[in-house]
Design a binder for this molecule. Structure first.
Ligand code: SAM
Length: 188
């Protein structure tokens, strides 16, 4: 069933195109926050533009849990992971729009990537509560949303829910993400 205000599955192919690397380099954007052996959570991975490079960086001792509401995105992501030999490090999970259902991850995540997803989430309060509960204390979250779909006022409003869920906005500099508002959060 189609979800309202959610990126159509076929856009997933465009988002995962290598041409995007000209504007956004995954290693440069997430590299500073990820180390070998880390446990990463990615909500809304699409077809894996960021997932595969993150799985590469965490190595065989680490892993990426990729949670999306669209099975077509996850199916393509699984295929790409298999082709690159990274499937053993990526746990693809299909979820529902109103609840992530990641209670089993409680306190285990070092880094979470929320790339171009928060603007599509209807209940942001609940969303950040679930993400916070999956994080280790002092773990980090990188959140970025495209300006054309999510202006600075909406972005800042979403950050209020993050703060209420127990995240602090970090003053660390993050590399500019093309056409996006972004923030780095620390789980307090
Ligand atoms: C615009 S795409 C971005 C994909 C990817 N992060 C990227 O940057 O290429 C948004 C993705 O978030 C997923 N999504 C939307 N709402 C979601 C929710 N509530 N929970 C999990 N995933 C969601 C969509 O299915 C889609 O794959």
């Amino acid at each position: 069933m189609p979800h309202e205000h959610v990126c159509p599955w076929w856009i997933g192919y465009l988002l995962a195109s290598p041409i995007r690397r000209l504007f956004q380099k995954p290693e440069k954007i997430v590299g500073p926050f990820i180390k070998n052996g880390m446990r990463i959570l990615e909500i809304g991975p699409g077809m894996g533009f960021f997932t595969l490079p993150m799985a590469e960086i965490v190595g065989p001792e680490g892993g990426v849990i990729a949670v999306d509401i669209q099975d077509k995105m996850l199916r393509e992501l699984r295929q790409r992971a298999k082709k690159t030999g990274l499937d053993g490090r990526i746990d693809c999970r299909l979820t529902k729009q109103d609840a992530l259902g990641i209670g089993d991850l409680r306190g285990s995540i070092d880094f979470t990537l929320l790339m171009a997803v928060v603007h599509e989430v209807p209940d942001r309060r609940r969303f950040f509560e679930e993400v916070r509960s999956a994080m280790k204390t002092a773990g980090t979250v990188l959140m970025a949303d495209p300006r054309p779909y999510f202006g600075i006022d909406e972005f800042e409003e979403a950050l209020i829910f993050a703060r209420e869920a127990g995240f602090n906005r970090s003053v660390d500099r993050i590399s500019a993400i093309w056409r996006s508002n972004s923030a780095l959060l620390t789980a307090g």
